[in-house]
Design a protein around this ligand. Structure first.
Ligand code: URA
Length: 237
C-alpha cells in the first residue's frame, strides 16, 4: 500500500475514533513502511498494512452505504459492529435500535446489557468476541428489517464473516437466523440446534430482546450457549 494511501487511511481512522477494534499482536505486518510509534494508540500496523486492513476497507464501504434510501435518510449513525476481529465467536443480531443508532455501536441498550451478561456467563468479555447485526442501520421506529434491506446489507455481513473466520456464529433471533440460513423455518423450530453457514457452525438462539419480554426462556438460551462453549473447547483440543 503506498504511503499516501496509508496516511489517508490513518487520518480517516483518527477522525472516526476507532474503538473496540482488536489490536493484533500475534500476526506480523505484511508491509511495513510506517513505524508503529507513528500510529494512533489503538491502531496496529496490521490494521493499516497487514491482514486486518480488509476489515477497515469494508468498514469504510459500509459507512458510505446509501443502498436503502429510507434507512440512509433516517439513521443517525451506521453500526458496523464491534469487538475482536480475530474472534472465535461472532454474535449476529437483527438491526441497531435507538441506543445503537446514537452511539454507532451494537447492542448497547437493554438487550445489549443482557447480551453482555450472557457473554460474561460464558467466561468471555465483549472484547474477545465480535458483535454485529444483519442490518447496519436502524429501521425507523424499530420496525423489522424489510426483505430488500436484508438483501442489500447481507453481503456486508458475509464479508465480515469471511474476514473474521470465526469458529462459531451465534444467530440471535428470527431475523438473524433467516438472513444467514435463508430458510423459511422460524427460530422456535431451530433454536438450540447447530446449522452451518458457509462451512461455519451456527447456533440458533433467542434474541436478548425476546428474553427481556420472556425471562422464563433465559434457561434455554443458557443451554444453547453451553453447547457453544463445549464446541469451542473441543475445537481447542
Ligand atoms: N438489537 C439488535 O438486534 N441489535 C442491536 O445492536 C441492538 C438491539
Amino acid at each position: 500500500m503506498p504511503k499516501s494511501e496509508s496516511l489517508l487511511f490513518l487520518k480517516r481512522l483518527k477522525e472516526d475514533g476507532i474503538e473496540h477494534v482488536h489490536v493484533s499482536k500475534k500476526s506480523k505486518p505484511q508491509i511495513s513502511n510506517t513505524r508503529t510509534t507513528d500510529l494512533p494508540k489503538n491502531v496496529s500496523e496490521d490494521m493499516v498494512h497487514g491482514p486486518d486492513a480488509g476489515i477497515l476497507k469494508l468498514r469504510d464501504e459500509v459507512l458510505k452505504c446509501k443502498l436503502c434510501s429510507e434507512l440512509a435518510r433516517t439513521r443517525n449513525k451506521i453500526v458496523f459492529g464491534a469487538g475482536n476481529i480475530q474472534a472465535k465467536l461472532v454474535f449476529v443480531g437483527e438491526a441497531p435500535g435507538a441506543d445503537e443508532d446514537q452511539q454507532g455501536l451494537p447492542f448497547v441498550g437493554r438487550a445489549g446489557q443482557l447480551l453482555t451478561k450472557i457473554i460474561e456467563a460464558m467466561g468471555m468479555t465483549r472484547d474477545q468476541v465480535f458483535i454485529c447485526n444483519v442490518l447496519k442501520c436502524r429501521p425507523p421506529h424499530n420496525r423489522p428489517p424489510a426483505p430488500g434491506e436484508v438483501v442489500n446489507c447481507r453481503p456486508f455481513l458475509k464479508r465480515q464473516l469471511e474476514i473474521i473466520k470465526p469458529k462459531v456464529i451465534v444467530a440471535l433471533g428470527n431475523h438473524a437466523v433467516k438472513a444467514l440460513l435463508q430458510t423459511e423455518q422460524g427460530i422456535s423450530q431451530l433454536r438450540g440446534t447447530f446449522k452451518e453457514y458457509e462451512g461455519i457452525p451456527l447456533m440458533c438462539t433467542y434474541h436478548p430482546a425476546y428474553l427481556l419480554r420472556s425471562p422464563g426462556e433465559k434457561r434455554k438460551v443458557w443451554e444453547d450457549m453451553k453447547k457453544v462453549i463445549q464446541f469451542l473447547e473441543r475445537s481447542e483440543e
